[in-house]
Design a protein around this ligand. Structure first.
Ligand SMILES: Cc1cc2nc3c(=O)[nH]c(=O)nc-3n(C[C@H](O)[C@H](O)[C@H](O)COP(=O)(O)O)c2cc1C
Length: 171
């Protein structure tokens, strides 16, 4: 799928079919995640990948806005290990870029996903640390449930707002 089409037709999808996400597609998605830009090209990310359905369902017990996990065939949790990082100023931006790349790669592969926030909610961060046995220095950044879906993502988004564009000066 053409890049611009994937960007403009991407939607948060919270309803998935039973069809599993193939290992090959997961690898493609993770390759896209790791192609994201990062400050000083540090590429600080790790990715927790879950394809075990009962474990994905367990997420609904610790996140009140993650009911879509009952149906998702896979989930990716981009994580950062602050113990590894030398330059800490821009890690949120780095992780956001990787997360967005995942959403776009999923769309390009004609599947569906949604960005579910974890960080900076401390309670959620701690619950995910407990469930997935993350060391204290590792921050789970976001949850991305993924699956095939019959939710149609065809129409291009039009959120263009002329008044938000400031040419040359803020006037
Ligand atoms: C930082 C962040 C946190 C979000 N958290 C949730 C969430 O907890 N649950 C959820 O269903 N969607 C969540 N979303 C998805 C937004 O609701 C969604 O992106 C927004 O409504 C726009 O819709 P669209 O993605 O279809 O364009 C989150 C999105 C972002 C960027």
């Amino acid at each position: 799928m053409e890049a611009l089409k994937a960007i403009l037709t991407r939607r948060s999808v919270r309803r998935f079919s039973d069809k599993p996400v193939s290992q090959e597609n997961l690898e493609t998605i993770l390759r896209a995640a790791m192609a994201a830009p990062s400050a000083t090209n540090e590429q600080p990310w790790h990715f927790l990948v879950i394809t075990d359905r009962p474990l994905i369902c367990k997420i609904t017990e610790i996140h009140q806005h993650a009911a879509m996990c009952y149906q998702a065939s896979a989930a990716i949790i981009p994580c950062i290990n602050l113990a590894e990082k030398e330059y800490r100023d821009f890690w949120v931006e780095d992780m956001s870029a990787a997360t967005q790349n995942i959403l776009l790669a999923v769309r390009a592969l004609d599947m569906a996903a949604v960005w579910v926030g974890i960080y900076p909610n401390e309670g959620r961060v701690n619950e995910f640390r407990k469930l997935f046995k993350l060391p204290p220095s590792v921050i789970p950044f976001a949850l991305i449930p993924i699956g095939h879906s019959d939710v149609v993502q065809k129409e291009e988004l039009d959120r263009f707002k002329k008044e938000r564009i400031h040419w040359h000066k803020w006037e």
